[in-house]
Design a protein around this ligand. Structure first.
Ligand SMILES: [Zn+2]
Length: 369
């Protein structure tokens, strides 16, 4: 079910990414094309200590917020074509609530259903600010210093004792198990992954550490990252985010804070393409850079952990989001960048040109019927 939901929602999210990218300022001067690889980015200092790359948290308030959000989405989608659901271990406690607790909890879910879930956790800027505030609230008992809308604060404060009584201990323990499982992987592979990403994207590790808040259910995609500051929220309850996949996905998420040069190189490549073939860049997905992120983190993880199947391959993401030939073209044109054989701009230009050349033009009115 989640997959269906994921597939439908993904296109919505990617449109959002696309719209955000379209707002990126375009410089008037073309960047110099790099025909030879750039020297390695001086990232050794920031990548050297793997224990300093990520700061993992399991916070009460941000967990409550995401759990109510996920519960409201599940409620709202119950009769829809793509219902989402919570794990049985998260719905079982509902039967133990007494009447007063049940009505208070239902009121909180209803508030989220009515007033919150229409706002995307990632693309609604206000939702990112609410999340950051709740992360920073730590173990506050009254959210007195938390700057969020008063109605939302009141809902959270009323739901908090119920959540603490019936869910928090188990969900906090699940989060800590997830953290304990990924930390040895970061210790073993983190420095290599960090250095590789910094070299490939020519951009340093985004923060020291990158804050990762672990919650039962992050968003429909399983994890998301807000920028300025770079912070990741990741799901501990989803099967697709367990084990070695957790390592790939936290590095994928962190790389969202390292893509300024990649997106600029792709924008330059599209501009050059349009100069040669007016309008040709419209054949290139505006989220091609995100496909590159998936491919890159997946390849790096597989190199570190022999036999590992990258997230996008295992979960059918290529077929849903970037169907053939994009996956094959990325493998052909971007792999030399991962291996340090070509420069960032050259790899981006080759990939953009190839994707446009292989794209199937959408049929016009004359071809209809
Ligand atoms: Zn991503």
């Amino acid at each position: 079910m989640l997959r269906h939901w994921l597939g439908k929602s993904l296109s919505k999210l990617l449109v959002g990414v696309c719209a955000a990218l379209a707002c990126l300022p375009m410089t008037g001067t073309a960047r110099a094309r790099q025909d030879t690889p750039e020297p390695a980015v001086a990232s050794g200092a920031s990548c050297a200590n793997p224990a300093a790359l990520f700061g993992f948290h399991s916070g009460f308030w941000v967990n409550l917020h995401h759990f109510l959000y996920a519960g409201a989405v599940a409620e709202a989608s119950r009769n829809g074509p793509h219902p989402s659901r919570l794990e049985a271990e998260d719905t079982a406690p509902l039967q133990h609530l007494d009447t007063a607790e049940g009505s208070a909890w239902n009121a909180a879910i209803a508030y989220y259903e009515r007033s919150v879930v229409s706002r995307d956790l990632l693309f609604d800027q206000g939702m990112g600010e609410i999340k950051n505030q709740l992360e920073d609230a730590g173990d506050s008992t009254d959210l007195a210093h938390t700057d969020i809308p008063a109605a939302l604060k009141a809902v959270l404060l009323r739901a908090a004792p119920i959540y603490r009584k019936y869910w928090w201990t188990a969900q906090d323990a699940r989060n800590h198990r997830w953290i304990a499982a990924v930390q040895p992987l970061v210790a073993a592979h983190g420095t290599a992954m960090c250095e590789a990403l910094a070299n490939i994207y020519e951009q340093a590790w985004p923060a020291q550490p990158v804050r990762v808040d672990v919650v039962g259910y992050a968003n429909w995609a399983g994890a998301y990252t807000t920028l300025d500051p770079v912070r990741t929220t990741v799901s501990s309850a989803l099967a697709s985010y367990q084990g070695q996949a957790a390592l790939e996905m936290i590095f994928h998420e962190a790389s969202h804070g390292m893509v300024d040069k990649l997106t600029a190189a792709m924008a330059d490549a599209e501009k050059a393409l349009d100069n040669r073939r007016p309008g040709a860049s419209s054949l290139v997905s505006k989220t091609l850079w995100h496909a590159v992120l998936f491919y890159t983190a997946g390849q790096l993880a597989a190199r570190q952990m022999p036999g590992y199947v990258p997230y996008a391959e295992k979960n059918g993401l290529w077929q849903r989001a970037w169907p053939a030939p994009d996956r094959e073209l990325i493998a052909r044109d971007w792999l030399p960048r991962i291996e340090g054989k070509v420069g960032l701009q050259q790899a981006a230009t080759t990939l953009v040109d190839d994707v446009a050349a292989h794209a199937k033009p959408s049929p016009g009115p004359a071809a209809a019927g």
